[in-house]
Design a protein around this ligand. Structure first.
Ligand SMILES: [Zn+2]
Length: 402
């Protein structure tokens, strides 16, 4: 697998690299950020997600706890009632932040949990116990689902589990097995998904609107629209290229060093994120968008706030800029409003510009900041004409369920 730093960045996929890192930072501090990448075959959605495994930071857990209990905040049935001294006696270990995949053929038992057969049939100490599934084992990490639209179409039970897991931050999961008491535990996992809305069964928001709304951000990678982009996809899918890639050494010292650079950055960003907050006038700005454009989902505004903060941090801004908020609009609303509303909002943000459109409702209290740092307000959302066709290509459809 090509390491994260070597993956080619170009206009159409750059935002996905940002979202990936924003989600890792947020996951690390304990606040999931659910990201869905949509795009046609060959745009590298899954490659970027899987390569991100290489840059994941380490987390501390109670030694051998399969639920990844945080020693400072144990949550699993085995450890949640222990005292600090008892936990200290068990010991603490470092593991790489979990990254687990749910496949199309996954069963409820694999995803949530099932009876632990090894323990049940242990000749010395037979015991009926639950074996946590992929989601509880990914606590404090990431779950990746490729072709989520197909999964939502064929596995309504797994979709229901995801709705619970992604319903709140942290979410929760219920593990049920006949004959055993139901175990309900909190889980804090970021769900990453990929799908191709042009293939069967179609876009996620048309299959299970609720699940689509659980994703904080959706990035539509669009059709490759240049000769170079298509030539690159062809090259990467050629037999000779695949053979040469397979021969390459799995991971060199150089790759590991480059991954470590990312890991260090993520730890630093996480520290900044812990202490960051959105200024009131930007919070008002988001609220105003909600009211003015009659947005349906309050999750959209929460995602905008979380996204703007994370974006400002990974971009190294010393405070949150209006552009950090406006950059989030297409990502947060692409799957939540119909194309006309989105275009209207983007035009609105674009045409009025920072000065009158945004600052007009800044409270007087903040006036001083505004005068002392005029540079912060010159940049607004990208004008529509600068957006690639791919970002707007399927905005025509109406999301009104029939
Ligand atoms: Zn535990």
């Amino acid at each position: 697998m090509i390491p994260f730093y070597k993956l080619e960045r170009y206009e159409g996929n750059a935002p996905l690299f940002d979202l990936t890192m924003m989600s890792i930072v947020s996951t690390y501090v304990g606040e999931p950020l659910h990201v869905h990448a949509e795009g046609v075959r060959g745009t590298g959605k899954t490659t970027i997600a899987r390569a991100a495994r290489g840059i994941l930071p380490k987390i501390k857990r109670i030694k051998d706890c399969i639920y990844n209990c945080d020693p400072d905040n144990p949550h699993c049935p085995q450890h949640r009632d222990l005292t600090a001294a008892e936990i200290e006696a068990l010991g603490v270990e470092e593991i790489t932040m979990p990254f687990l995949e749910i496949s199309q053929s996954a069963k409820v038992g694999t995803v949530a949990g099932s009876i632990d057969l090894a323990r049940l049939t242990d000749p010395l100490h037979p015991e009926a116990r639950l074996l946590p599934g992929l989601i509880p084992q990914a606590h404090r990490g990431i779950i990746f689902i490729d072709e989520i639209n197909r999964l939502a179409d064929t596995s309504p039970e797994i979709t229901d589990i995801l709705l619970d897991v992604m319903g709140n931050k942290p979410g929760h999961i219920q593990i049920e097995e006949a004959g055993l008491p139901v175990v309900e535990i909190p889980v804090s996992v970021s769900v990453w998904a990929a799908s191709n809305p042009d293939e069967e069964p179609g876009p996620l928001e048309e299959i299970r609107r609720q699940l689509s709304d659980r994703f904080d951000m959706v990035y539509y990678m669009g059709r490759p629209d240049s000769v170079e982009a298509i030539a690159r996809i062809l090259k990467e899918n050629s037999y000779a290229f695949k053979v040469s890639q397979a021969k390459k050494k799995y991971s060199t010292a150089e790759d590991e060093a480059q991954n470590d650079v990312y890991r260090q950055k993520i730890l630093k960003w996480a520290e900044n994120y812990r202490n960051a907050d959105l200024p009131d006038y930007l919070r008002n700005y988001i609220s105003r968008l909600y009211i003015k454009h009659n947005l349906e989902s309050i999750r959209a505004t929460e995602a905008m706030q979380q996204g703007a903060l994370l974006h400002s941090i990974i971009k190294g801004h010393d405070k949150v800029l209006i552009s950090d908020v406006t950059d989030m609009i297409p990502l947060v609303l692409k799957h939540r409003v119909n194309g006309d509303v989105l275009v209207r909002m983007l035009n609105d943000v674009d045409m009025k510009g920072a000065k009158e459109g945004i600052l007009s409702f800044k409270s007087k209290k903040n006036k001083k900041d505004e005068e002392t740092s005029p540079d912060y307000f010159q940049q607004v959302a990208r004008p529509l004409k600068d957006m690639s066709r791919g970002e707007l290509v399927n905005t025509e459809k109406t999301l009104t369920p029939t």
